[in-house]
Design a protein around this ligand. Structure first.
Ligand SMILES: [Zn+2]
Ligand SMILES: [Zn+2]
Length: 139
């Protein structure tokens, strides 16, 4: 059984890999913020050839705003919009899987934070913020 297995929200795109992650990076770049709709993205670097992607609804957005000038492909589910992975063409097609799409993400420990120049102040809630186990009470 692959250690790394995941899917989009609707389940029409799935992926797996048997490789050991090359890195686990929390990325604060503004492109990850826009693509995820959140404060940052936790990305798991895997050799491209180790990743098997399945699903008819997989689409790729060519992100041209890269340091290298070589586009990177942000792959997502066209049905539900979940970002699945980024393929960094400048790094030999290195794949960065989005940790939030893993079936089991309990083993994930980021070993670097990158693009901290664009890190947002609201990324983590202060300790005194009210904590609720699920939805907030209505009304
Ligand atoms: Zn989907
Ligand atoms: Zn990023």
């Amino acid at each position: 059984m692959s250690k790394i297995k995941g899917s989009c929200l609707c389940g029409s795109v799935t992926y797996e890999s048997d490789a050991e992650p090359l890195m686990v990076a929390t990325c604060h770049c503004t492109n990850c913020q826009h693509a995820s709709g959140s404060s940052f993205s936790v990305n798991i670097g895997l050799p491209a050839e180790s990743v098997t992607l399945n699903g008819d609804s997989l689409k790729a957005y060519e992100d041209k705003q890269t340091d290298s000038g070589v586009p990177m492909l942000r792959k997502f589910c066209a049905n539900c919009g979940s970002p699945i992975l980024s393929e960094v063409l400048a790094a030999g097609g290195l794949n960065f899987v989005k940790a939030g799409t893993l079936d089991d993400s309990s083993w994930v420990v980021p070993n670097a934070e990158i693009w901290c120049d664009s890190k947002v102040a609201w990324g983590a809630a202060p300790d005194e913020t009210p904590q609720m186990p699920g939805n907030p009470p209505l009304g």
